[in-house]
Structures are given as C-alpha cells and as structure tokens.
Design a binder for this molecule. Structure first.
Ligand code: OSB
Ligand code: MG
Length: 368
C-alpha cells in the first residue's frame, strides 16, 4: 500500500464521569486521531498522549508537533507492506512512543484490511473472547467509590482496579474488602510512593490484592526490585516498561511479577508483541492497559488482548463507561459475564461514525 496522505484530527470528547489518578483529574479527553490514506484504504490510529505531560512526557500538543514535523513525512509517499516495517523507519526520532504508535497502528489497521484478515489474527491472537476489568479513579468520597464498584460488579466486570495515592489507600482498600472479601482486586499508584513508604506498601499485603501497579518512580526497575523482595503482593509495572529490553531488564532484576502492556506507551503493536513474548519467556502474565481511548484505540486494544499471554483481565472495558456516544459502530460492548467477543470481520472489525467524528473534531490537518 502506498501512503498518499495522512490526516490528523483532534477530537474533544467529554467523559461520562471524570477520571482521577494520583497525577490529576480529566473531564474531557482531547483525542488525536490519525488517518492514513492509501490506495483507497483508510488506516486509523489513535495517539493516547494525555492532555498534559503527567502520565509520561508526551502530551497532545507535543505529539501533534512531532508527527507533523518529523514523523509523518517519513511515511508519506512510501509503499509499505506491513505494520512491522514502521518502527525501523521512525527510529531516527528518539522517544515519542505514543506519537509513533498512532502511525504504526494505523498501518496495521490498513494492512489487516488489505490482507482481508481480522486485525487480531494478523497480530497472532488466538482468543475468541477477552476478559475485562475496570479501572476506577479517585472519587470525591469513599461512598461514591463503593457505589461505583457495586455498579461495575453488577455489569459483570471480572476485576476491579482502584487508583490509590497517599491519603487515598488503606482506608479505601479496607472498606472495599469489608464489602467484597473475595473479589479480584488491584490498585494502581501511578508512581505516587517512594521507598520511604516501603512499610506502608507492605501493609497492603493484608488486602490480598492481585497486584500493586507502578507504586514507585515511573522510570525505575531497581527500587521496584527491592520493594518486590519486601512485599508479598505481586508488583506490576506500567509506566516503567517502554520496550522489550525494559521488560527483560525488569524481569531479570525481579522488579515485577506482572506487566501491563499499553500499545501507546510502548510505541505500537510491534513493540507490544515483543514485550508480550519476553514476558511469556519469563512465565510472567501480561494484561492490556488503557488510556481512556476512543473507539479507535479501544478496538486496537481488544485485538491485542487476544494474544495468548494476555492471561489477566485488562482495563479494556465498554465504550459506554467513557462516552455518551463512541465514534465506532458498533460500540465496544461487554457481556454480563465481563467479556468482549472478537469478530471475524476483516480489519479492525468495527466501522467508524464519520458524522460524529466530524462533529467532535476541533482541528484537522492533512499532510501530503
Ligand atoms: O495508569 O493505567 C493507568 C488512565 C489514564 C492514564 C493512566 C492510566 C489510566 C487508567 C485507565 O487506569 C484505564 C482505562 O480505563 O482506559
Ligand atoms: Mg497504570
């Protein structure tokens, strides 16, 4: 396929409910969508960068800039056969994995259409159904959080993850366990603690959590390894794992027993697959994280989650948890048992809603 042009769009999508982590609260997602125009096909990709540089260094303005200034022009005019070819082409630009992932994944999206294969099969997936958990942000009150957990449990979700930070942790976990002693429960700190909190984090052991996600610094393996020796609960790394090399280093050090793979954080499907394979070699389960994606990123997450070592429920949940209306047709739906079934349709398996996309778009630029 020849890449003739690339369109960037910024969509502003108000969340059904605000989402708060240890680094801040989001009310409206600013979504950067890319469309690759190639031989009559359209490949779509989503850049999951945040509104500000708080989860990682990347943010929407920076991603827009690096794509338009340095990345898109490398692909425009080229004839590509596979998404796998993209990382090498973009490697001259350092870092910026979320910007690169939007481009690479759009190529995979087009490749699946061209080869008339479901994207999940092209990626090497084997599951017909993926299991879902939810990530629940910090709320205004404990009662609100418990109410939300009740709602998500009733909807069938198989694992509850709650965001924690100093001051919103043990008391919260205590109350959750008092209501639901047996549920699959984990917490995510988004780097809110330091080694000075070692004893405090050890006290989480009594809650029998499935994992504690990214308790320490976003760029660290060494001190996570030290912490993992001290606590019984499995640690899971999110922010710190950017490459398959990172995964290998972290696992050799014993920095975690579980890995969260986010296709945006790691620069695209190729690196996500490589991390999946490293973890499998170490007999470490992975699961698919989320970044409050619109339908485009969400269905790419669904496809990735069909790989065999995605053995734990992911943060990939129904469109309606995030949006009044999602930009895909059909929307991503979760069964009462907490699962999403994958379709046998070629490509991403979901159509786009062009009128809604147009309505939500606040800026647009096409590069030729
Ligand atoms: O750390 O997993 C995270 C959302 C934004 C930034 C970071 C994270 C999250 C989530 C939400 O936990 C996952 C989702 O529901 O998309
Ligand atoms: Mg996380």
């Amino acid at each position: 396929m020849k890449i003739e042009a690339i369109t960037l769009r910024e969509l502003q999508m108000p969340l059904v409910h605000f989402f708060e982590t240890s680094f801040g609260r989001t009310y409206t997602r600013r979504v950067l969508l890319l469309t690759l125009h190639c031989d009559g096909l359209e490949g779509w990709g989503e850049c999951v960068a945040g509104e500000g540089p708080f989860y990682s260094e990347e943010y929407i303005e920076g991603a827009w800039d690096v794509i338009t200034r340095y990345l898109a022009n490398v692909l425009i005019g080229k004839t590509l056969h596979a998404g796998r070819e993209v990382p090498a082409l973009l490697s001259r630009v350092r870092g910026n994995p979320m910007a690169k992932a939007a481009l690479e994944n759009a190529v995979w999206d087009a490749e699946a259409q061209e080869k008339q294969l479901p994207l999940w099969k092209l990626l090497g997936g084997s599951r017909r159904e993926i299991t879902c958990g939810v990530s629940i942000g910090i709320q205004d009150s404990h009662e609100q959080l418990l109410q939300k957990i009740e709602t998500e449990r009733a909807a069938g979700y198989q694992r509850i993850k709650v965001k924690v930070k100093p001051g919103w942790d043990v008391e919260v976990l205590e109350k959750i366990r008092a209501h639901w002693p047996e549920i699959l429960l984990s917490c995510d700190a988004n780097s809110a603690y330091t080694l000075a909190d070692e004893q405090h984090l050890k006290s989480f052991d009594r809650f029998k959590l499935l994992m504690i996600e990214q308790p320490l610094w976003s760029d660290d393996f060494y001190f996570h390894a030290r912490l993992q020796k001290h606590v019984e609960t499995a640690l899971c790394l999110d922010e710190a794992i950017r490459t398959a090399r990172d995964a290998e280093a972290a696992l050799e050090l014993g920095a975690c027993r579980i890995i969260n793979i986010k296709v945006g954080r790691v620069g695209g499907f190729s690196e996500a697959l490589a991390i999946h394979n490293v973890a499998e070699r170490f007999d470490i389960p992975v699961w698919c994280g989320g970044m409050l994606e619109s339908g485009v990123g969400r269905v790419h997450n669904v496809a990735l989650s069909t790989l065999p070592n995605f053995k734990l429920p992911g943060d990939v949940s129904a469109s309606k948890r995030y949006w009044k209306e999602d930009i895909i047709e059909p929307e991503v739906e979760v069964s009462p048992k907490g699962a999403i079934s994958v379709s046998d349709k070629a490509g991403r398996g979901y159509d786009l809603r062009p009128h809604l996309i147009e309505k939500l778009t606040v800026r647009q630029q096409t590069l030729k």
